[in-house]
Write a new protein. Structure first.
Length: 406
């Protein structure tokens, strides 16, 4: 027992080797081992005359993102569909990856599979990259002998999910960036420009208009407490985000608030519905039982309100209630989704009908993003015009007043 534990504690590295086989042909490859001596011994047992062994240097690289997983899934699905053996497919994908961390991850998974571990179990060792939904689908594919088809479904699911997130980010990025820049410009005006005007106005020795006095007072507060203002904003933003991530009550409150927000609330709701229906369609179509499939659906929706609703649906379905009725009881699904689910249950094509609903909402999100992009531009211009223009007019009022007196 102690020997087994010690063996697992040995740190392993990836070594690149070169040598000659029994026929004198030059061969190259990679091997994961604890040291160069172990690599040489392993290759000698395989009849390879080793000429060079070198430990591969793993540069830091960027973190593994969902895009990396989506690309890997598509590549693996394509190669397996073309008849490439699983281990060879992992080698090809790992060599083609431009992210060293992704290369190391794939090498680790390949090593596990090569030593007899199932692919789903190997994926489960890396939950940060491969979530429960991903692993459950792969496990279902292995059990049914349809791994190629399941990987194809997973590739489509990952690509659709990634595209949906990208659309939401693009809709929110522009107004956020503009408002941040506007705040920085406003701070610069308050801290550096207004005090210069204040010195000039003080030399007038005349009464100043109320708007000018108000702007000058705000400028004084910026100059005196700018460090506190920025500290509160940055620190408050950080603690707010941490609370949002870690507190279930905070997540529920914020997700409910986001769904009720004007304009953007409808966009977020449609995006959540698209993810929810896409996930359940993919899981159910892969042969995962409905009750088990619902385990992964709530979390994949990305919204605490729908995650809670999914738990309620799962409890009701497990006691014999139809999916459509359970969904209707939650009160968070629109009529269109309920009708599609009902037709799917009656016709035995639930995965197909939910897939159609997902496509509908994905198209809706796309159209809303395009509409919001054109709508936000004049709206933001008006806000910036009122802020900056109000300050400029306030500071020029004394000059106009002085000109009228002269």
């Amino acid at each position: 027992m102690a020997t087994a534990v010690a063996a697992r504690d040995i740190r392993e590295f990836v070594f690149e080797w070169e040598g000659k086989d029994k026929n004198g042909k030059v061969v190259r490859g990679e091997l994961r081992s604890g040291g160069e001596a172990a690599v040489s011994a392993t290759l000698r047992r395989q009849g390879v005359l080793v000429t060079k062994v070198k430990k591969r240097r793993m540069r830091g690289g960027s973190s593994i993102k969902q895009k990396d997983v989506a690309i890997f899934t598509r590549q693996l699905a394509t190669m397996m569909k073309a008849g490439v053996p699983l281990l060879q497919a992992f080698d090809i994908v790992a060599r083609g990856s431009t992210n060293p961390r992704m290369t190391k991850l794939l090498t680790d998974i390949r090593t596990d599979v090569e030593t007899g571990t199932s692919l789903s179990v190997a994926f489960r060792k890396h939950p940060m990259q491969f979530n429960a939904l991903y692993c459950n689908l792969v496990e279902a594919g292995e059990a049914a002998g349809i791994l190629e088809a399941i990987l194809e479904r997973l590739a489509v699911y990952e690509e659709k999910t990634l595209a949906l997130k990208s659309k939401i980010k693009s809709a929110l990025m522009y107004p956020t960036a503009v408002m941040v820049v506007a705040f920085v410009v406003l701070a610069v005006i308050m801290i550096f420009v207004i005090p210069a005007f204040k010195e000039v106005f003080t030399s007038f020795g005349a009464d100043l208009p109320a708007p000018t006095l108000a702007v000058m007072w705000l400028s004084d507060q910026f100059v005196r407490y700018w460090w506190l203002l920025f500290g509160v904003m940055i620190g408050g933003g950080y603690f707010f985000m941490q609370s949002w991530r870690r507190s279930e009550k905070m997540q529920m409150a914020m997700d409910r608030l986001l769904l009720r927000a004007p304009v953007f609330g409808e966009l977020i709701r449609k995006a959540v519905l698209a993810r929810w229906t896409r996930t359940l369609s993919t899981m159910f179509g892969a042969g995962v039982p409905l009750v088990e499939a619902l385990d992964s659906v709530g979390g994949a929706s990305g919204n605490a309100v729908y995650a809670q609703a999914t738990e309620q649906i799962q409890r009701e379905v497990s006691t014999g209630t139809s999916l459509t009725m359970a969904m209707q009881n939650t009160g968070v699904f629109p009529t269109m989704v309920l009708q599609m689910a009902s037709i799917g249950e009656e016709s035995g094509s639930l995965d197909h009908m939910l897939g159609k609903a997902a496509e509908f909402y994905e198209d809706e999100v796309d159209e809303m993003v395009k509409g919001l992009s054109s709508l936000m531009e004049p709206f933001i211009i008006v806000i910036l015009g009122v802020l900056i223009g109000g300050i400029v007019v306030s500071m020029y009022l004394p000059i106009f007043k002085l000109g009228a007196v002269v």
